[in-house]
Design a protein around this ligand. Structure first.
Ligand SMILES: *Cc1c(COP(=O)(O)O)cnc(C)c1O
Length: 438
C-alpha cells in the first residue's frame, strides 16, 4: 500500500524535527512548524492543501509576491545561460546591469557597489570598509563604531557586535565580540513632531560620547527610521538628521543599514529619503532580489572607495559573490520597482494596515499599534505564547510569525484590500482569543 500524503509528511516532519535547525530555535522546543509546498502571489500552500495569506513576505523580501512571472522569466533565461561563475577576474551582464540600476536608484554620491551574499555579510563589509577608510587616511586608531540600542544588523560576529547587546545575546559571546559604543535607542516616534529641546535631549548621549571618544571612532551605524528585528520601532526623521549631523561634526563615517527598509517598504524607496540624508555607506539586502534568492550589496561613494583602495585591496570576496542567477532576479525586481507601481501599492497597504489593525488598540493585552508604509506592528504588553499563537494564526488562514511582544506584518506590496482586511482581522481575532497574556 502506498503511503498517503499525510503519512509521508508525518515522517518528513519527524525527520525535520530530529535533524534540522530552523532559525533561532533549540531542538525539542518551540512551536510546531508547517510544511509549504508552493507559493503564489500572497498565498502559501501547505502540504495538506490549506492556503495561508502571507503577512511576512518571507522576512521583508517577497515584495512583488511569490512566483512572479517577470522574476521567474529572468531567472529561467539566466539559468539556461549562466547560473553561476566566479567573480574573481571575471564579470557578467547581470552584475553590471544590476549595479548600473542600483547606482541609478540610489542618491549621489553612492556609486561603488560590493555584492555580498547576505545582509549580515554586507554589514561585515561595511565595517571593514569604514576601518580601512581610516587606514587609508593614516588614522589606524579609528577602529570602533558607535550605534544605537535596539538595533539589528545580522547574526555574524562583526554584525552581532553592533546589534542591541541584550536582544543580540552579547553576554553569551562577550569574549568574542568587539566592544563597540552604544547610545540609547531613539525615543521620538515617527509620528510625533519633536521640539528642539526633545531633539537635543535625545541626541545628548551621542554628543557626549563623541566629544570624549569621537576621534577614536570609525563610523556610526544604524537602521534609518525603522529598527527592525531589534524591536520594530519607528523613529522620527529629525532625530536621524540630528544623529547624522553630530556624527559628521566628529568626522565619523555614517553607515545606514537599509537591509530591511530598502526598496519601498517604509513608503519611500529608501528610508533615508524620509530625512533627506545620504550616508557614506549603505547596506542593502532582503528585498533586493524580490525574495527569490539571497543577495546583498554594500554601496559607497567614489571618494570613500578610493581612500579604501589607497591602503590596498578590500580583502573580501565570497565564493558566490554577485551570483548571476540572483543578480538576474534582482534586476527584474528593480525593473518592477522602476515602473513606480509600488508607490500606490504602499499607500494602499499603509491605509489598509492602519484601518485593519486600529481595532487592536482597544484589546487589553495590546500596548501599542503602529503602522508605517507596509509595516504593521501590534506590540503586546507581554511576550506572546508562540506555541499557541502560531497554531492559531495558521488555523485562521494567515501566516504571521511574532517574536517576543511583537505581532507584526510586512506583506508583499501586491496584497489587495480584501486580503489585508482578512490578515488584520485574523490578527485581531487571535489576539482577542488569546486574551491579555498573564
Ligand atoms: C535581516 C537584516 C540583516 C541581516 O541580513 P541576513 O540576510 O539575514 O544576513 C541585517 N540588518 C537588518 C536591518 C536586517 O533586517
Amino acid at each position: 500500500m502506498t503511503p498517503s500524503n499525510a503519512q509521508i509528511w508525518h515522517e518528513r516532519l519527524a525527520f525535520d524535527r530530529d535533524h534540522i535547525w530552523h532559525p533561532y530555535t533549540a531542538f525539542g522546543q518551540g512551536p510546531p512548524i508547517f510544511p509549504v509546498v508552493a507559493a503564489d502571489g500572497v498565498r502559501l500552500t501547505l502540504a495538506d492543501g490549506r492556503t495561508l495569506i502571507d503577512g511576512m513576505a518571507s522576512w521583508w523580501s517577497v515584495i512583488h509576491g511569490y512566483n512572479h512571472p517577470a522574476l521567474k522569466a529572468a531567472m529561467q533565461a539566466q539559468l539556461d545561460r549562466l547560473p553561476h561563475v566566479m567573480f574573481g577576474g571575471l564579470t557578467h551582464e547581470p552584475a553590471i546591469e544590476l549595479a548600473r540600476t542600483l547606482v541609478g536608484l540610489l542618491p549621489d554620491p553612492l556609486e561603488r557597489v560590493f555584492f555580498a551574499d547576505s545582509g549580515s555579510v554586507s554589514v561585515e563589509v561595511a565595517v571593514k570598509m569604514a576601518i580601512q577608510y581610516w587606514l587609508g587616511r593614516d588614522q589606524p586608531h579609528r577602529q570602533k563604531l558607535v550605534t544605537i540600542r535596539r538595533g539589528y544588523h545580522g547574526d555574524t560576529f562583526g554584525a552581532m557586535a553592533v546589534c542591541d547587546p541584550e536582544t543580540g545575546m552579547h553576554g553569551w559571546f562577550n569574549q568574542h565580540l568587539t566592544a563597540h559604543h552604544f547610545v540609547p535607542a531613539p525615543t521620538i516616534p515617527f509620528h510625533h513632531q519633536p521640539d528642539e529641546r526633545q531633539l537635543e535631549q535625545a541626541v545628548a548621549p551621542l554628543r557626549e560620547l563623541l566629544a570624549e571618544h569621537g576621534h577614536h571612532l570609525a563610523a556610526l551605524i544604524l537602521e534609518p527610521i525603522v529598527q527592525g528585528a531589534g524591536g520594530m520601532r519607528f523613529y522620527h526623521p529629525a532625530l536621524l538628521q540630528r544623529m547624522h549631523q553630530v556624527a559628521r561634526e566628529h568626522e565619523l563615517l555614517v553607515i545606514y543599514d537599509e537591509i530591511a527598509t530598502g526598496f519601498g517598504r517604509t513608503g519611500k524607496l529608501f528610508a533615508m529619503e524620509h530625512a533627506g540624508l545620504v550616508p557614506d555607506i549603505v547596506c542593502l539586502g532582503k528585498a533586493l532580489t524580490g525574495g527569490t534568492m539571497t543577495l546583498a550589496a554594500t554601496v559607497t561613494s567614489a571618494h570613500i572607495a578610493d581612500t579604501i583602495s589607497q591602503k590596498g585591496p578590500l580583502m573580501h570576496g565570497p565564493t558566490f559573490m554577485a551570483n548571476p542567477l540572483a543578480c538576474s532576479s534582482a534586476l527584474a525586481s528593480l525593473r518592477l520597482l522602476q515602473t513606480g507601481a509600488w508607490q500606490k501599492q504602499l499607500a494602499r497597504l499603509e491605509a489598509g494596515l492602519e484601518r485593519g489593525l486600529a481595532p487592536c488598540r482597544k484589546l487589553a493585552g495590546v500596548a501599542e499599534v503602529r503602522v508605517l508604509g507596509a509595516i504593521g506592528v501590534v506590540e503586546c504588553v507581554a511576550p506572546v505564547d508562540m506555541n499557541r499563537i502560531q497554531a492559531a494564526f495558521v488555523a485562521a488562514g494567515v501566516w504571521v510569525r511574532p517574536f517576543g511582544k511583537l505581532v507584526y506584518v510586512m506583506p508583499p506590496y501586491v496584497m489587495d484590500d480584501a486580503d489585508v482586511a482578512q490578515l488584520t482581522a485574523a490578527i485581531y481575532t487571535v489576539l482577542e482569543d488569546q486574551g491579555p497574556t498573564p
